[in-house]
Design a binder for this molecule. Structure first.
Ligand code: CMC
Length: 443
């Protein structure tokens, strides 16, 4: 059934209310295109054509104005600075929930009962171990391998340990892979870190909470049990919550795009880890720390800002495709930073960050472009207080984002409207050249 009607009549105000009337000035023909949920179907434009030529398409590099799916996972109002998971405001979840409960909420769409919560935590806790071979291939990476590169590889490698994951149409099977992945990401992330440190891998301690166990796998040495300060465990748990989903961001789009081929979820999530690695996405927190170090003192900030305005570089940790207001996560992180610094002592780079934010928020360049601090502006400072090297920052982001990727993947595989992701292009190259063999070209 088509949602577009062609008429020879000029566009009129009488067209159906929930429709868009467009007039193709090349032909003089007008079309009524149905509007649903404030969008038109790009495929409907395909019926607008000149003679027998190809149908009209949209050109949207970076998908700046294209909805790729229907989703009930996360709501963002970028103008107002609102973020909700399954309808619950991020502020309330960060304050009153914990990461595994939020993971349950994202995956199942509703908060768990006590019995559901206990079963969920039990399941996740008892899937934290990975096959011993993961250890041996992690050891095979170079001593200075980036942990995100290792995480991307080991996440993808899980598909070889669980070939049953290819059965994506089975509800119970999907659930098992989701549990496995949420459970094993901290183990994979921690082991990437231990490898870069040349330290022995620490096995999961299933008597600890999800986040406390992660810290144990990262930092335990010869002690019987690594017991992190509860305030630090809480702060890291909050950071995981803040990163748990962010609707159709670049890495989620990567997960959905790869998942649309009906590949197993480990391969799809591995693509998400790769996308997150980039400095314009999750890698920004690492870039912020390096930037703050380079600036060095508050007196250097004005010169740095001038360089940004001249287009020499970006102010990392600022700006967002969706938020044209203060990123609500940045606000919560700023508060979490205070809690962490109470335990660890303050980070001298915080003064530079605060001053940088103050100057940028008063500067016409940033005001005009609606550039505010995003989630990555302060998170690196907290991570550094935990004594994570910058290379680990994005790994922390990836662990937090895993339930979101999986919730979106789950939605994708059940969505009858979804198809293999395959965009169009505007071809700009040569056509029908005559191939001249090398022996003649090089003669
Ligand atoms: N510093 C200086 N100028 C900026 C910045 C920035 N951080 N961000 C955007 N602009 C300018 C940009 O140059 C452009 O100016 P003009 O109109 O004069 O050409 C204008 O603002 C619009 O920017 P855009 O590049 O069209 O915006 P976008 O939606 O394509 O990019 C972004 C969004 C997040 C990639 C970008 O703001 C950026 O590169 N920020 C720095 C990297 C960063 O902090 N990334 C983390 C994002 S939040 C967490 C996550 O997604 O992982």
């Amino acid at each position: 059934m088509t949602d577009v009607t062609a008429t020879d009549a000029p566009a009129t105000a009488d067209a159906a209310t929930d429709s868009l009337t467009v007039r193709d000035n090349r032909t003089g023909q007008s079309y009524d295109i149905a509007i649903t949920d404030n969008t038109i179907k790009a495929a409907d434009l395909g019926q607008i054509r000149l003679d027998e030529g190809p149908g009209l398409a949209t050109y949207d590099p970076g998908f700046v104005n294209t909805a790729s799916c229907r989703s009930s996972v996360t709501f963002i109002d970028g103008e107002e600075g609102i973020l909700e998971y399954r309808g619950y405001p991020i502020e309330q979840l960060a304050e009153k929930s914990n990461f595994l409960e939020v993971a349950y909420l994202l995956i199942h769409g509703a908060l768990p009962s006590k019995a559901e919560y206990d079963a969920w935590v039990h399941e996740i806790t008892y899937h934290t171990f990975v096959h011993e071979n993961v250890k041996s291939f992690t050891e095979g990476f170079r001593y200075d391998a980036h942990p995100m590169g290792m995480l991307m590889a080991s996440t993808g490698a899980l598909s070889t340990f669980y070939p049953d994951a290819r059965n994506i149409n089975d509800v119970e099977n999907r659930h098992l892979q989701i549990v496995r992945m949420i459970a094993k990401m901290p183990t994979l992330g921690a082991w990437s870190f231990r490898h870069t440190q040349g330290k022995p891998f620490v096995y999961p301690d299933n008597d600890l909470s999800y986040t406390a166990n992660f810290l144990s796998m990262l930092f335990k040495m010869s002690e019987q049990r690594f017991e992190a300060d509860e305030r630090l465990v809480k702060a890291l748990d909050v950071l995981f919550i803040l990163h748990a989903d962010h609707e159709q961001n670049a890495s989620t789009n990567a997960v959905r795009s790869v998942g649309s081929t009906q590949v197993d979820p480990y391969s799809a999530v591995s693509a998400g880890v790769g996308a997150l690695f980039g400095p314009l996405h999750g890698g920004a927190n690492e870039a912020v720390l390096r930037m703050l170090r380079r600036i060095g003192t508050t007196s250097e900030i004005p010169a740095f800002i001038e360089g940004v305005k001249d287009g020499n570089e970006k102010l990392m940790g600022f700006g967002h495709r969706v938020y044209k207001n203060y990123d609500p996560r940045a606000r919560i992180i700023k508060k979490a930073a205070e809690d962490v610094f109470e335990v660890t002592g303050t980070n001298p780079l915080l003064d530079i960050a605060l001053e940088l934010e103050k100057i940028a928020l008063e500067d016409e360049y940033f005001i005009k472009r609606k550039l505010y601090p995003n989630v990555d502006f302060y998170s690196g400072l907290i991570y550094e207080a935990f004594q994570f090297p910058p290379e680990m920052f994005t790994v922390l982001f990836a662990i937090g984002r895993t339930p979101g990727w999986l919730a979106q993947w789950l939605e994708l595989v059940q969505d009858k409207e979804q198809k293999i992701a395959r965009p169009k292009q505007i071809y700009t190259g040569d056509r029908t050249l005559d191939f001249v063999p090398a022996s003649e070209r090089w003669a």
